[in-house]
Structure formats: structure tokens, C-alpha cells
Write a protein that binds this ligand. Sequence first.
Ligand code: R5P
Length: 293
Amino acid sequence: MNAALYAFDADAEPAQRLADALGAPLRRIASHAFPDGETLITVQGVSQVALIYRTLDRPNAKLFPLLQAADAARRAGAGRLVLIAPYLPYMRQDMVFAPGQALSRDVLGRLLGEAFERIVTVEPHLHRTRDLSAVFGTAVTVLAAAAELAAVLTPSPDLLVVGPDAESEAWTARLARGLAAPYATFEKVRHGDDQVELVLAPEVLVAGRPVVVVDDICSSGATLIGAVGQLKARGAARIVVAVVHALVSAEAERRLRGAGADEILSTESCPHPTNRVSLTALLARALAQEVAP
Ligand code: R5P
């Protein structure tokens, strides 16, 4: 089948690596901003299968141009549209927590589900969501990044893997398996955007051990700053923070280092100075069938 990868200029580097791995051409999505802030989106060339690569940190700015790109590709003749969104935003608002709130996960799902035949993503926050395809009304392929993270971490006999809350248990357990290490998770209560209370059972032995703290998302940084601070206070020998989606500001990253993080690394799902983990091979395996002749 005739397939091409499409990307906005800002995503050109990871998209080019993915295009090379797939043996597919990379085509440009051009964005023109009018003086009033509206955008005009134009896609280059025509292909039957259009794979659109889009990082979705800062989602409110990126989502409308993405929907315009899908429309442009469809009008240019694409019969199948596949979105590659390594980070899927708004998955944490997966229920109405207080009366009057929007259910953001479903709002996003309706928009993307209508525009794309398939969505490929990495470690979306699925704490309460069993079947994302059902919510989005389109095929959603969910990929785990534990093997990619484990590959850049150094295993050691007394290593401990720690998740900062009960919600992190699934990916903490996967990473611990990959590193052949035991794991533990904090209990977390959130009091506000950047106020969290964390408790790690006293019987978890931390003193003198290297620790990897892993989470799916680092946003305000409050969760990981709290976890790292406590692990440091309990005598952890060396603390490495591994996150899948790094959304954290430079200031919060500085506070995380100040709390005791010796190293911080993230996947390239969101462009960030801590990116050290490539997702190219993982995504290419999931997409191989889309470019098969
Ligand atoms: C929440 O349950 C997620 O897994 C993360 O722990 C959370 O999103 C991190 O957010 P923040 O960096 O703002 O504490």
C-alpha cells in the first residue's frame, strides 16, 4: 500500500527517524499563522495511508492544527489516517471528579476518534480506563515503554524500583521486571495542582540502595519531588528518575534535582531536555503493517 509519514516541522527529527525505520517517505505539514492567530494547514503530496506523527505536549495549541492536518490529508486522497501520538494528553481527567467538570478524556476521544482510523500511543494514563478503543470509537494501540526505559538504566543487585503512587503500580512493576529488581509504591493524596502528600511504608528498605523512581508523567513535578525528597531522607545511595512523558518546567526540574535526583531521564514522547530514550523501534514495530506493500 502507498503510505507516507507526515509531520509538523517541530517534530521533524523523531518523525524522520521513524520514517527511516519504516522505509516510508517523510512529508511536511506546513502551518501558516494568520495575524489573528488562525492557522492554515497544508500537507505535501498524496498517499493512500497517511501516518501523522504529532507530539501532544501543550495540547491546546497543537490539537486544532492536528485536526486540520487530518482533514487536509483526507482531502488530498488518504483513505486511511493513522495518528502517532506518543503522548496522549487529557487522560488523567478520566472521570468527573466534582460536579460541573468536563470529562476531558472523552472530549479528546470524540475529536480524534472521528478523524483517525487508528491511533498509536505510548503509556497513556489508563488508571480507570479499561478499553481506550471503546472510549475513542476507533482502534487505539497502546504501547508500553518499560523495555525502552530498562535498556538505558543500569541494573544492580540491590536496586529498588519505586513508583510514587498506587496508580503507578502497573508501569513500576513492568520496569522492575525488566531490571530484575523488587519494587514498592508510595501512597499519594493530592491536595492541589502542586501539593501532594506521600507515604512509603516504613518497612521498605531504602538506606544505602540505588533507587529508580518511575512515573508515567512528570507535570508540576510535585509528585516526584516529594518522592525523591523522602527517598533521599531515608538514605538512598543514588536516585535516578525515569519518566515516560516529561512535561515539567525547567524550574520544577531544578527543584527535582535539588530534592536529590542524581539523574533524570525521559522518553522522546514530549520534547524535553531530559529526553534520552528513543521510541523509534517501538513505534516502528507497531506500524510495520501500515507500510507493508
Ligand atoms: C498521576 O496519577 C500521574 O501518574 C502522575 O503521578 C502525575 O500526573 C504527576 O503530576 P505532577 O508532576 O504534577 O505531580
